[in-house]
Design a protein around this ligand. Structure first.
Ligand SMILES: *Cc1c(COP(=O)(O)O)cnc(C)c1O
Length: 395
C-alpha cells in the first residue's frame, strides 16, 4: 500500500521537509512538537468545534445539483464551502491555527496573502481573539484588491504592501518569513495553505479535513454510503483539496480529480499549472514542484483567478500526482469563466473563480452512469464580480 500521509521526517515521498533558516529552527520545532498534542486535546477540540459551528456556520451543506447531474449523467453534489463566514474554506484553517497559537503562548500573528482572502480570514480570527495581526501583501495585489485591504484594516489588521520582486504572493510570503525571523519568540505565522515547512502542510490538511469528515457523514445520510466514487477540487496551494480528500486518501474506491490553473493555456507561457509544468525544487520551506527556469529562477505564474496563481503546489499534491493517486487537469481561464457563468445561470450560485476551475474539470472526464461525485465549491464569487462583469457578455 502506498504511503500518502506525512512521514516522521516531514516528507510525502520525495516532497516536503523543512528547509528553514537557522533562526526559525526553534519555532518550527516547537510547532512540530506541539501541534498534534494541542489538536488532540479536549480544550482545542471543544473550542474548534464550537467556533466552526457557531461562528463559521458549519457543517456546510452538501447540495445535490440536479443541473450538473443531468448534464454529466452522474450524481453530482456540491460541498458548499462558499457558505462559510468570510466566503471560503480558508477560515477553517485560520480558526484552528489561532487556537494553536494561543495555546503555545504566542501574542502576535502574521500572515501572507495574495488576493487577500487568506488575509481577511486571518484578520477575522485576530479580531475574534483580540490579537495583533500583520498581513504581508504584494503592492500589486494591494492595488488590485482594495476591498479586501479595507476589510482587513477595518478589523484592526495592519496590511504591509510588499515592493520586492513582482510584488505579488511569492514576495509577500518572503516578507512574512523575514518578519518571523525577527520575532521568532512571540509570533505565530499563519500560513494560508498546505505549503511551507513541515509541519504546516500536515497541520493545514488536518484543520481542513473537517470538509471530508462532513462529506462522509452527509453522504451516509443522503446516499446510504459514506464515500463517493470521485472527489473534485481545485488546487492553488492545495488546502481545500487536502481537506476534501483527507478522509479518503487510503480508500481506493474513491478517485481524486484535481484542477489547477492553466491560465491562457499550459503551453502559453502564461499559466499557473505547476503540476503539469513544474520540476522539483525548494520554495518557502519545502521541497515540491515549482514552476522554474532551468537555472532555478521561479517563473511568474499567471491565472485569471488570483487565488491560484502561486508558482508552487503543496508537497502532498505533488506526491499524489507523482504516484498517480490523483488525476490532475489544467483548466484555462476561458474554461473556468464558462463554468462559472453556467453554474450562476443554472443553479443561482455565483462561485469563486478558483472553484470554477473545479467545475470546469467535470468536462475533462467520462463518468460511469450514476457515478457519485462530490465537488468542493471552495468559495463564493463576490470577490470576483469585477472580473465576471468584464467577461459576462462573452459567455
Ligand atoms: C485561496 C483559495 C483557493 C486556493 O487555495 P487552496 O489552498 O488550494 O485551497 C481556492 N478557492 C478559494 C475560494 C480560495 O479563496
Amino acid at each position: 500500500m502506498q504511503q500518502f500521509r506525512v512521514n516522521e521526517r516531514g516528507y510525502y515521498g520525495q516532497f516536503g521537509g523543512a528547509f528553514i533558516p537557522e533562526i526559525l529552527h526553534r519555532c518550527v520545532t516547537d510547532l512540530r512538537e506541539a501541534y498534534l498534542r494541542i489538536m488532540e486535546s479536549e480544550r482545542f477540540r471543544q473550542d474548534f468545534d464550537q467556533l466552526l459551528r457557531d461562528y463559521v456556520g458549519r457543517p456546510s451543506p452538501l447540495y445535490y445539483s440536479r443541473q450538473l447531474s443531468e448534464r454529466y449523467g452522474a450524481k453530482i453534489y456540491l460541498k458548499r464551502e462558499d457558505l462559510n463566514h468570510t466566503g471560503a474554506h480558508k477560515i477553517n484553517n485560520t480558526i484552528g491555527q489561532i487556537l494553536i497559537a494561543r495555546e503555545m503562548g504566542k501574542r502576535r500573528i502574521i500572515a501572507e496573502t495574495g488576493a487577500g482572502q487568506h488575509g481577511v480570514a486571518t484578520a477575522t480570527v485576530c479580531a475574534l481573539m483580540q490579537m495583533p495581526c500583520v498581513v504581508y501583501m504584494g503592492k500589486t495585489d494591494v492595488e488590485r484588491q482594495q476591498v479586501n485591504v479595507k476589510k482587513m484594516e477595518m478589523m484592526g489588521a495592519t496590511v504591509v504592501p510588499v515592493t520586492s520582486g513582482n510584488m505579488t504572493l511569492k514576495d509577500a510570503t518572503n516578507e512574512a518569513i523575514r518578519d518571523w525571523c525577527s520575532h521568532p519568540d512571540d509570533t505565530h505565522y499563519i500560513i494560508g495553505s498546505t505549503i511551507g515547512p513541515h509541519p504546516y502542510p500536515d497541520l493545514v490538511g488536518r484543520l481542513q479535513s473537517v470538509i471530508s469528515k462532513e462529506i462522509k457523514q452527509q453522504l451516509q445520510e443522503k446516499e446510504g454510503r459514506g464515500y463517493p466514487d470521485r472527489l473534485v477540487a481545485c488546487v492553488g496551494g492545495g488546502s481545500n483539496a487536502a481537506g476534501t480528500i483527507y478522509e479518503y486518501l487510503e480508500d481506493d474506491r474513491v478517485a481524486i480529480l484535481l484542477a489547477e490553473a492553466g491560465g491562457r493555456g499550459v503551453e502559453s507561457g502564461e499559466s499557473a499549472a505547476t503540476i503539469h509544468l513544474g520540476s522539483a525544487g525548494v520554495l518557502h520551506g519545502c521541497r515540491t514542484l515549482l514552476m522554474q527556469t532551468e537555472d532555478g529562477q521561479i517563473t511568474e505564474p499567471y491565472s485569471v483567478s488570483a487565488g491560484l496563481d502561486y508558482p508552487g503546489i503543496g508537497p502532498i499534491h505533488a506526491h499524489l500526482a507523482e504516484t498517480g493517486r490523483a488525476h490532475v487537469v489544467a483548466i484555462t481561464d476561458e474554461e473556468a469563466l464558462r463554468a462559472a457563468f453556467e453554474l450562476t445561470r443554472r443553479e443561482g450560485i455565483i462561485p469563486a473563480l478558483e472553484s470554477a476551475h473545479a467545475l470546469a474539470a467535470l468536462e475533462k472526464v467520462t463518468f460511469a452512469p450514476g457515478e457519485l461525485v462530490v465537488l468542493t465549491l471552495s468559495g463564493r464569487g463576490d470577490k470576483d464580480l469585477e472580473t465576471y462583469f468584464k467577461y459576462e457578455k462573452d459567455f
